[in-house]
Design a protein around this ligand. Structure first.
Ligand SMILES: *[C@@H]1O[C@H](CO)[C@@H](O)[C@H](O)[C@H]1NC(C)=O
Ligand SMILES: *[C@@H]1O[C@H](CO)[C@@H](O)[C@H](O)[C@H]1NC(C)=O
Ligand SMILES: *[C@@H]1O[C@H](CO)[C@@H](O)[C@H](O)[C@H]1NC(C)=O
Ligand SMILES: *[C@@H]1O[C@H](CO)[C@@H](O)[C@H](O)[C@H]1NC(C)=O
Length: 393
């Protein structure tokens, strides 16, 4: 039997975004500003072993001691609550979402609550998931933290339960309610591949981890998943992601809002600014294609597609619109001009995408005279940007 070692440091798993870099904004990753409601669901059945349960306690303690504010703070909305549920043949709430008010509380609580291994050899994940769901329904949904993203982290060394004890439908109903599920498989046998496959069905896509895969750096992987869960777009914004057709593909910290009101380029830019947004950038072919696909399914956008984007000419240089107060970014490598464009003209300083047969590409236009739909872009709600219950940053 391998000893489950989950203790790691977090150095090197968090990168910093530079707004002037020619890349789309990743999700905010300032772990000290995480704002989530999290329930950790921990298998403490006999098979976990004392060392296994202790390593889970250490791992949770490491993850939640990275400087985030724990509990509720009337002066700071960016706080995280952690509840603890243990399970074996039944589930128990060791700490509800209001139990921990500080990192010190949590530090003491985790080791007290996870100190005892159960003598039960049964491990019914379904009970752990049901209890976590009830806890979130009682203490998070429908409260002043209703708009906070909700996460369940499961730590287990086995997958048990079929028929009425099958945890998969319960996991699905939590995910249908918008709850993210992270799973951490504590692998103790040499070949636990079936166990890991089963557990992947419980997790949200890409949120299934283990203490042996990818170097076993569980702390880093869970922190990354928490920050991704904390990254979303309000209301009718579409979150930019790697693949339009795959909603679970890697998200960016950027939100797109196609607007079907025919407007000049200049007025479009001002309207985006009034929404704390800017006209969309297209640094890459991927982003360009994503926007084409997104507007193709938006009411009020018809072929031939046409819509303003953030490219504009200032003092003879093409630059991309940015959030108010940040410098515009010069056009670099990728470009997508339609044939014969850009037209050299001192008055054609705005850019729209215009569909020409199968292709949609850039055309420069007069910023005041050509009216069409437009695409606003804004930073996502995430660890850098708190959004209130109405979705306002
Ligand atoms: C752990 O076991 C000890 C001794 O049996 C008991 O006093 C304590 O309350 C238990 N802790 C938990 C969290 O169940
Ligand atoms: C949820 O609230 C109900 C009603 O107050 C209570 O019976 C139940 O035990 C609570 N469950 C959890 C998991 O908090
Ligand atoms: C997570 O799930 C995916 C898809 O089922 C699988 O390919 C991958 O190996 C799993 N990773 C772990 C660590 O279990
Ligand atoms: C614009 O979009 C809104 C909301 O999606 C829709 O109700 C409206 O009918 C659209 N307008 C046009 C001109 O298609």
């Amino acid at each position: 039997m391998k000893l489950a070692i989950l203790l790691t440091t977090v150095s090197g798993c968090l990168a910093i975004y530079d707004p002037s870099s020619y890349t789309d904004r990743p999700c905010g990753n300032d772990i000290t500003n995480l704002w989530l409601d999290v329930v950790a669901v921990i298998d403490n059945s006999f098979g976990m072993g004392s060392a296994g349960v202790l390593s889970v306690a250490s791992n949770l303690d490491t993850i939640f001691s990275q400087g985030m504010s724990i509990g509720i703070d009337s002066n700071n909305p960016k706080t995280t609550r952690l509840g603890l549920v243990t399970y074996n043949q039944e589930a128990k709430i060791n700490a509800d979402l209001n139990a921990f008010h500080s990192t010190d509380d949590l530090d003491t609580g985790i080791f007290n609550d996870l100190g005892n291994l159960s003598s039960s050899r049964d491990s019914y994940l379904i009970y752990g998931l049901q209890t976590a769901g009830d806890l979130l329904r009682n203490q998070s949904f429908g409260t002043s933290r209703d708009h906070y993203r909700k996460v369940v982290i499961v730590y287990t060394s086995m997958f048990k339960g079929s028929g009425q004890w099958d945890p998969i439908p319960t996991a699905q109903s939590l995910k249908d309610d918008g709850i993210f599920i992270i799973t951490v498989a504590i692998v103790q046998d040499d070949d636990d591949s079936q166990f890991m496959k089963d557990l992947a069905l419980i997790a949200s896509p890409g949120f299934n981890f283990s203490n042996v895969a990818n170097g076993g750096d569980v702390t880093c992987m869970v922190l990354g998943a928490l920050m991704q869960a904390n990254c979303y777009c309000p209301n009718d914004y579409e979150q930019y992601r790697e693949l339009f057709e795959d909603k679970s593909s890697a998200p960016y910290g950027s939100c797109l809002h196609p607007i079907n009101v025919s407007t000049s380029w200049k007025a479009s830019q001002l309207n985006c600014r009034n929404r704390k947004a800017y006209l969309a950038t297209e640094f890459t072919q991927n982003k360009h294609d994503f926007i084409v696909e997104s507007v193709s399914s938006t009411t009020g956008f018809h072929p031939p597609l046409s819509y303003h984007i953030g490219l504009n000419q200032v003092l003879g240089k093409w630059v991309w619109d940015q959030p108010q107060g940040l410098p515009q970014i010069p056009l670099q490598s990728y470009s997508d001009w339609n044939p014969m464009f850009p037209i050299q003209s001192s008055s054609m300083n705005g850019v729209e995408n215009f569909q020409n047969g199968q292709m949609t590409g850039w055309q420069n236009i007069d910023q005041l005279k050509v009216s069409t739909n437009y695409i606003c872009e804004s930073y996502a709600c995430d660890t850098d940007n708190y959004c209130d219950a109405n979705g306002n940053i």
